[in-house]
Design a protein around this ligand. Structure first.
Ligand SMILES: NC(=O)C1=CN([C@@H]2O[C@H](COP(=O)(O)OP(=O)(O)OC[C@H]3O[C@@H](n4cnc5c(N)ncnc54)[C@H](O)[C@@H]3O)[C@@H](O)[C@H]2O)[C@H](O)CC1
Ligand SMILES: [K+]
Length: 501
C-alpha cells in the first residue's frame, strides 16, 4: 500500500483494471462512490444533509453516484453542477442514473449543519479553478461546512500538491487504490485533511505492469537492510565515520553530526578539526575521536591510515575552496585507496554554487556514494534551473537533481523527498514541525553517514535516516533541540529493529 502513483500511472491502473474486469471502468466509479459514502456515514453521519458539488468529468461522476446512494438511504441531498459530463463517459452515465434534480452551481448556498462533498475536479484538473467553481469552493470554506473531498480537494494538483487557482481545505479526502504525490507534498497534504485510501476493486497485480518508482517512506522500504552487528564484530567493522569540523566559532554542527553517526551505530567516529579548533572540540568530545586535518596532505594521510567508511562535510564548515578540495579528495583519494561514501550538507553544498558541474563530475566517476542533503535554499544554489521551473513538483525536482548529480538527493522540508539516480524516490510523511530547529539537519547528515558507514546502500540509508530522525523528533516533541535527537535514537532503533533492551 505504500506505492505512490502519479495521476498518469493511476489512469493506467484504471485502464488495466477495466480491461481485466471485462466490464469497463464504470464499476470502479460505482465502487468509488460507495467508498466515499461509507466514509461519510461513518464520520459525518450527524450532518443535517449533504451538498454534492459535481464537476464536468469523472470526479463529478463519482459525485453523482454519491448523491444517488445518499438519496436512496433517505438522506437529504442537494446536487449542484455547472456543466453536464460529455455523452458516452462514465460521468454522463452516473449523471443519467442519478434521479436528483441538478441545481446550478452558481446558486450554491451552504446550509448550516450540512456537509459538502467536493466532487468538482480530481485527477483531471488541467487549469486554474476559477469562476463559479471557485465561488462554490469559497462559499463552502466561508460557511465552515465540513468538507469531504473526492480523490483530491478540487484545485490541488495530484502530481505536485500545488494549488491551481482556488481550492479549499477538506476535513477528509478519500482517494482510490493508492495515494498520489499531491496527497503527500505540501500544500496539498495540509489541504487534504486526513487522507483515506479506498479499495475500488483495482487488483494490486496491476502494479507489476506499472512498476511505480515512488513510495511513501515507511520502514518496509529499508527495515531489512538496517545494520545489525554480528555477535563477533569489532568497532571498525561497524563503520568508521569522519566528520569535518569548522573553525573555532563553528564546531558544534560537526559534533552534532558526529553524535548522530555514533548513535545510529557507527563503530567509530572521528571529528577532523583545523588546528585552531582542536581545543574547543576536545573539550566537548569523549567517545568521539579527534584528529587534526587542516591541509590536503593531512586528509590524504588520515584516509590512507584509517580507511574511514564514510565522511560528512558541510555542517559549520564554511563555503570556501577547502570544502571543494576536501570533497574531491574524499570522492577520489590517492590510487589504491577505496573511496569512502560522502554526505555533503549545508556549507559544502553552497561551496559548489558557482561550479556545480565540478561536484557532479566528481560524483559521476567516483565509486563511492554521494548523498546531498540540501534544504530548498541550498538546492536552488546547486540546481537553479530546476528550482525556478514552476512546472516541476518537489518530487520531480529531486529526481532530476539526483540524476544530474549522480547522487542520492535528500531534499529536506516538512515533506522531505529522497531520490536516487536510478529513478527510485520516496516521500517522508511523519516529520514533526519541532524538527525545524538549528542543528537538526546536522544530526541527519551524521545519521546518513553512520548508516552508509555500516554498509547500507545509499538510497535506503537516506530513507532510513530521514524516517528515524523524524521518529526521534516526534518522541521529543515540544521543546526539542537538536542535541535531543541522537539521544532518542537507541529507543527508536530498538523499536525498528524489534529488539528488547
Ligand atoms: N482512476 C480511477 O481508478 C478512478 C477514477 N475515478 C474518478 O475520476 C477522476 C478523474 O476523472 P477525469 O474525468 O479524468 O478528471 P476530472 O473529473 O478531475 O476533471 C476533468 C474535467 O474537468 C475539466 N477541467 C479540469 N480542470 C478544470 C478547471 N480548473 N476548470 C474547469 N474545468 C476543468 C476537464 O476539461 C474535464 O472536462 C478521479 O479523480 C476520480 O475521482 C473513478 O470514478 C473511479 C476510478
Ligand atoms: K474533488
Amino acid at each position: 500500500m505504500h506505492e505512490i502513483l502519479s495521476p498518469q500511472e493511476m489512469g493506467e491502473a484504471d485502464r488495466l483494471a477495466a480491461e481485466a474486469g471485462g466490464a469497463g471502468s464504470y464499476p470502479l466509479m460505482l465502487n468509488a462512490g460507495a467508498a466515499v459514502v461509507a466514509e461519510l456515514l461513518t464520520r459525518f453521519a450527524d450532518a443535517a444533509g449533504y451538498d454534492v458539488l459535481c464537476g464536468p468529468g469523472n470526479n463529478g461522476g463519482d459525485g453523482y453516484v454519491i448523491a444517488r446512494l445518499l438519496h436512496e438511504r433517505g438522506l437529504a441531498v442537494r446536487l449542484w453542477r455547472q456543466e453536464v459530463p460529455p455523452a458516452g463517459t462514465d460521468g454522463a452515465r452516473a449523471a443519467d442514473e442519478c434521479p436528483l434534480e441538478a441545481r446550478p452551481l452558481d446558486r450554491f448556498a451552504p446550509e448550516p449543519g450540512w456537509a459538502v462533498v467536493d466532487a468538482l475536479f480530481g485527477a483531471g484538473l488541467s487549469k486554474p479553478v476559477e469562476g463559479p467553481y471557485a465561488e462554490a469552493l469559497e462559499k463552502a470554506a466561508t460557511a465552515k461546512a465540513p468538507v469531504i473531498a473526492v480523490d483530491l480537494p478540487s484545485g490541488v494538483a495530484g502530481d505536485s500538491g500545488r494549488v491551481l487557482g482556488t481550492t479549499l481545505t477538506a476535513d477528509l479526502t478519500v482517494t482510490f487504490f493508492r495515494k498520489k504525490p499531491g496527497h503527500l507534498l505540501f500544500p496539498g497534504r495540509k489541504l487534504c485533511g486526513e487522507t483515506v485510501v479506498a479499495d475500488v476493486g483495482i487488483p494490486a497485480a496491476v502494479l507489476q505492469t506499472i512498476r511505480p518508482t515512488c513510495r511513501e517512506n515507511t520502514p518496509a522500504l529499508w527495515q531489512t537492510l538496517l545494520p545489525r552487528p554480528e555477535r563477533d564484530t569489532h568497532k571498525y567493522k561497524r563503520g568508521h565515520v569522519a566528520v569535518f569540523s569548522g573553525p573555532p566559532t563553528a564546531t558544534g554542527a560537526a559534533r552534532l553530526a558526529a553524535r548522530g553517526a555514533a548513535r545510529i551505530g557507527a563503530g567509530a567516529v572521528t571529528v577532523l578539526s583545523p588546528a585552531a579548533a582542536l581545543a574547543v572540540n576536545a573539550m566537548h568530545l569523549t567517545a568521539i575521536m579527534l584528529h587534526r586535518v587542516e591541509e590536503e596532505a593531512e586528509l590524504a594521510a588520515f584516509i590512507e591510515r584509517r580507511h574511514p567508511a564514510a565522511f560528512v562535510i558541510g555542517p559549520g564548515f564554511g563555503v570556501g575552496a577547502t570544502a571543494r578540495l576536501f570533497t574531491e579528495i574524499v570522492l577520489h583519494p590517492a590510487s589504491g585507496t577505496a573511496a569512502a561514501h560522502l554526505v555533503l550538507d549545508a556549507d559544502a553544498v553552497t561551496a559548489f554554487a558557482e561550479v556545480p558541474d565540478r561536484l557532479f563530475a566528481a560524483a559521476g566517476v567516483s565509486r563511492a556514494t554521494l548523498v546531498l542533503t540540501p534544504h530548498e535554499g541550498e538546492f536552488a544554489r546547486l540546481f537553479p534551473d530546476l528550482a525556478e521551473d514552476a512546472l516541476l513538483s518537489k518530487l520531480e525536482r529531486a529526481r532530476q537533481a539526483a540524476v544530474r548529480a549522480h547522487a542520492v538527493l535528500v531534499l529536506k522540508g516538512a515533506d522531505t523527498v529522497i531520490a536516487a539516480p536510478d529513478g527510485r524516490a520516496a516521500i517522508n510523511t511523519d516529520a514533526t514541525p519541532y524538527l525545524a530547529t538549528a542543528g537538526s539537519g546536522d544530526v541527519l547528515a551524521g545519521m546518513i553517514a553512520g548508516l552508509l558507514g555500516q554498509g547500507m546502500p545509499g538510497f535506503e540509508a537516506a530513507c532510513a535516516a530521514v524516517h528515524l530522525h523524524a521518529e526521534a523528533g516526534r518522541r521529543v516533541g515540544p521543546g526539542l533541540i537538536a542535541e535531543d535527537l541522537p539521544e532518542r535514537l537507541p529507543e527508536v532503533l530498538c523499536a525498528c529493529l524489534g529488539e528488547e533492551k
